[in-house]
Every structure is written in structure tokens, then in C-alpha cells.
Design a protein around this ligand. Structure first.
Ligand code: NDP
Ligand code: GDR
Length: 361
């Protein structure tokens, strides 16, 4: 039985990847960091009690900022495949916590590669690095391919740039099967609530059910190439199954603006959007007309913005036979559907007199 180790297993991609690898018959190990509350919602359906015999899903406490934990876990697991998905992954937060972001996202990657070397696993452990379209930042070419020059625009992207190159370097220097998946934005109902797509679908669901009356966003004109996380984790696995390690762009080749995403999500639940400044009054949700307000709050602007990203997944299609299965409309509708279920639960709690937190971040 093949063994895989996933860092960031409690995150969006970690949850989908763990599910995929378990389906494929792997023994799956995940690294989760210590938190003061359970934060395993996304993988609770996979959880196996530590007292069960023959477990195939095993969690370890560790942290990308702590070499000792990484080396200990790597020594214990001796994985055939190591997927480095853990990161401080929020671009806006990286401007607030640049040093921590560099520590976890850049040095964390180095620590894992060093663990492979220290333990003599260069010929055994295949390494996947979660690289990102943010590397292109201020784009130098449209669409972006594996050869488009990088121009990072945030502490997050700068940290990921180091991680990208150290992965290439350890592949060339030590013959480790190590590769970068340069993944464009991918979303799902498991997406963190403060990324723009999930923020939109969650807010519109709550607006629809009377739990919230408006949505505040930042740059409505930013354009992204949005795919579905379930499709993208399949690529992460495929990249480690090749004859030789290579880096791949994973994208849909289609681009939409934040404004387009809002419009598509609103339409799918029968809400009309009143854009702030459109001349109408500035009240929030109007149940009679089904119209709600989307306002711009500059607090969501970034000191340096990535205005437009569009990937060219030709290499992945030709070499790996990969095509994304879930399109933009289906993605939006699935996210809306799941967020409506959550909002319904909250609405029920509110009706029964329980306090429902109104977070609008
Ligand atoms: P998430 O933010 O959903 O998950 C990140 C995971 O990393 C969480 O499990 C988090 O733990 C964990 N983590 C954060 N810091 C540490 C640390 N210091 N030590 C150990 N674990 C840590 O990200 P996604 O699943 O969306 O993304 C996965 C990876 O892919 C990330 O590296 C991201 O930067 C990259 N990426 C994502 C893209 C996307 O569109 N989703 C596109 C391109 C790249 P906890 O649950 O405790 O917070
Ligand atoms: P991104 O994702 O920065 O591309 O990074 P995010 O969803 O945060 O932003 C996308 C675009 O939307 C604009 N935007 C807002 N963003 C947020 N979060 N909140 C808002 O209110 C808002 N209003 C407008 C942003 O300015 C931006 O232009 C994601 C992460 O998953 C990274 O880890 C990953 O590497 C990249 O995708 C590819």
C-alpha cells in the first residue's frame, strides 16, 4: 500500500486530496497544526479513531515552522509521496504577517525538502509543491504558461517564489522527484470564508435568508481564472505519477471578474444586485424587490494588487491528458447551494433564539 503525507490536510485542497488518495487505496497521513479548538471540519468525514486497527487515515501534530516535528513525522511515515499544501495562503493577510508568511511558505518548503535529504529519502519520496499563479503577479504575458516570467506582488507571492525555486533546485541538485503545480485560483464549498468567491456565495445566501443585508467587497474589477478544487487535486496526484518530475500550469483558460462572479452567484439565487453608487438609495436588502446592495470597502484593497490572471493549461492537457470537468457556472451553483444550506441552519438557530455570529470580513 502506498503511503502519502499531506501538509495542510485541514485546508480546502488537503481535504479533497485526502479523499482522493483514500479512494485510490493509499494510506494517508496528514499534518495538522495545534489549535485551541477542533479545526478538522473539512476532514471529519474521513476521521478514524486512533484506537481503530488498520487505520488508513492518520493525523500527526506538526508545523511547517518547526523542523523537528517535520523530521519526526517524515521519519515515522517514510512516505512515497509528500504533498506540501500547508501555507499561510491568504494574500491580503500576508501584508499583515509578512515574516510568518515567509517562515511557513518559503522556509517551510525548505524544511520539508531538507527532511527528505536528512533522512536519505531522495530516491523514495516524491514531492509536490503547491505553487501558485500569484507568482505571475504583475503579468508579463497573457495567458500565462510554464515559461512566463514571474513578478510577485505580495509577501505571499514572494515567499512562494522562494518555495518554487528551492523545489526546482532540490530536483536538480539532489535528483529528488520534486515538482511544482502552478495552480490558478480554485474554489469549492470548502473554500475558506474570507476568499472572495466564498465570501460572495456565503453572503448572498445569508442575504437571501435575511441574516445579512449587504455585501462589502474590495476590487470588483480583479480578474481570475477560477476552477474547482476537486478537479485540481487530481492534477496534484497525476503530477507525481509521471516518469520524470516537471512543473505544470493548472488552469481552466477562462477568466471572469469579481463583479462577474457576484452577478452569476446572485442570478442563481434570484437576487438582483444594486451596485453602490448606481444612483439608487443605499439601503441594504430589499425583500420586496429581491435587490441587495454590494458596496466597495477600501479596507479590502491590497497595497499592490494582482489585477488579472489567465492560465494556459496546454502542457497539462497534452502531457497529462487533463481537462477540468467542472465549469464556472457549475462551480458557482454548487457553492451557492451549499452556502444556502448553511444559511438555512443559521436561520433556524436564529428563529429558535440562538445567537448567530454575523461575520462580514
Ligand atoms: P487553505 O488556506 O484552505 O489551507 C491551508 C492549510 O495549511 C490549512 O490546513 C492550514 O492549517 C495549514 N497551515 C497553515 N500554516 C501552517 C503551518 N505553519 N504549519 C502547518 N500547517 C499550516 O489553502 P488551500 O487548500 O486553498 O491551498 C492549498 C495550498 O495551495 C496552499 O499552499 C496555497 O497557498 C496553495 N494554492 C492555493 C490555491 C487556491 O486557489 N486555493 C491556488 C494556488 C496555490 P489550519 O487549518 O490550521 O489553518
Ligand atoms: P487571491 O484570492 O488573492 O487570488 O489568492 P482572493 O479570493 O483572496 O482574491 C481574489 C481577488 O478578489 C479581489 N477581492 C477580494 N478578495 C477578498 N479576499 N476579499 C474581498 O472582499 C475582495 N474584494 C475583491 C482581490 O483583491 C483579488 O484580486 C488565492 C489564494 O488561494 C492563494 O493562496 C492562491 O495562491 C491564489 O488564489 C492563486
Amino acid at each position: 500500500m502506498k503511503k502519502a503525507l499531506i501538509t495542510g490536510v485541514t485546508g480546502q485542497d488537503g481535504a479533497y486530496l485526502a479523499e482522493l488518495l483514500l479512494e485510490k487505496g493509499y494510506e494517508v497521513h496528514g499534518i495538522k497544526r495545534r489549535s485551541s479548538l477542533f479545526n478538522t471540519d473539512r476532514i471529519d468525514h474521513l476521521y478514524q479513531d486512533p484506537h481503530e486497527a488498520d487505520r488508513r487515515f492518520i493525523l500527526h501534530h506538526g508545523d511547517l515552522t518547526d523542523s523537528s516535528s517535520l523530521i519526526r513525522i517524515m521519519q515515522q511515515v517514510q512516505p512515497d509521496e509528500l504533498y506540501n499544501l500547508a501555507a499561510q495562503s491568504h494574500v491580503a493577510v500576508s501584508f499583515e504577517e509578512p515574516e510568518y508568511t515567509a517562515n511557513s511558505d518559503a522556509l517551510g518548503t525548505l524544511r520539508l525538502l531538507e527532511a527528505i535529504r536528512i533522512l536519505g529519502l531522495e530516491q523514495k519520496t516524491r514531492f509536490y509543491q503547491a505553487s501558485t499563479s500569484e507568482l505571475y503577479g504583475k503579468v508579463q504575458e497573457i495567458p500565462q504558461t510554464e515559461t512566463t516570467p514571474f513578478y510577485p506582488r505580495s509577501p505571499y507571492a514572494a515567499a512562494k517564489l522562494y518555495a518554487y525555486w528551492i523545489t526546482v533546485n532540490y530536483r536538480e541538485a539532489y535528483g529528488i522527484y520534486a515538482c511544482n503545480g502552478i495552480l490558478f485560483n480554485h474554489e469549492s464549498p470548502l473554500r475558506g470564508e474570507t476568499f472572495v468567491t466564498r465570501k460572495i456565495t456565503r453572503a448572498l445566501a445569508r442575504i437571501k435568508l435575511g441574516l445579512q443585508d449587504r455585501l462589502y467587497l474590495g476590487n470588483l474589477d480583479a480578474k481570475r481564472d477560477w476552477g474547482h478544487a476537486r478537479d485540481y487535486v487530481e492534477m496534484q496526484w497525476l503530477m507525481l505519477q509521471q516518469q520524470a518530475p516537471e512543473d505544470f500550469v493548472i488552469a481552466t483558460g477562462q477568466q471572469y471578474s469579481v463583479r462577474d462572479f457576484v452577478a452569476a452567484a446572485a442570478e442563481s439565487v434570484g437576487i438582483t444586485i444594486r451596485w453602490e453608487g448606481s444612483g439608487v438609495d443605499e439601503k441594504g436588502y430589499d425583500a420586496a424587490s429581491g435587490a441587495c446592495l454590494v458596496a466597495v470597502d477600501p479596507r479590502y484593497f491590497r497595497p499592490t494588487e494582482v489585477e488579472t490572471l489567465l492560465g494556459d493549461p496546454t502542457k497539462a492537457r497534452e502531457k497529462l491528458g487533463w481537462v477540468p470537468k467542472i465549469g464556472f457556472q457549475a462551480l458557482v451553483e454548487e457553492m451557492m447551494r451549499e452556502d444556502l444550506k448553511e444559511a438555512e441552519r443559521d436561520a433556524l438557530c436564529a428563529r429558535e433564539g440562538f445567537r448567530v455570529l454575523d461575520r462580514n470580513e
